[in-house]
Design a protein around this ligand. Structure first.
Ligand code: SF4
Length: 109
């Protein structure tokens, strides 16, 4: 299952963590929702592969701990999503399609 590219229409923004929007549903520790708006990471799909973080040319991502999440206990947070240059590398490289990038969503969080 890939991230829903229309999550901003299909989900509610339920808060903010590390400076990025969080889109529910969120029921920690099992369900953590989607983090970010322009650069969005589905935390319930992310398995902490790390290729996005290692290869992003402008260092958008940082690691965060997600203890007891059933898929992985760390995730990538798009803390610098405002720096994104829309190269789409992270979207293409993610092995589980957990990331969606859409500059049209910029500024909605
Ligand atoms: S699209 Fe490119 S610049 Fe933007 S977060 Fe992904 S890898 Fe980084």
């Amino acid at each position: 299952m890939a991230i829903d590219p229309n999550f901003d229409q299909n989900r509610e923004q339920v808060g903010e963590e590390n400076g990025v929007a969080v889109w529910g549903p969120v029921e920690p520790p099992e369900k953590l929702g989607i983090h970010g708006t322009h650069v969005a990471v589905d935390y319930d799909i992310c398995l902490a592969d790390g290729a996005c973080l290692e290869n992003c040319p402008v260092d958008v991502f940082t690691w965060v701990d997600t203890p007891d999440h059933p898929v992985s206990e760390t995730k990538v947070e798009p803390t610098n999503e405002d720096q994104c240059i829309d190269c789409m590398l992270c979207v293409d490289i993610c092995p589980v399609d957990a990331i969606d990038v859409d500059p049209g969503r910029e500024g909605r969080n």
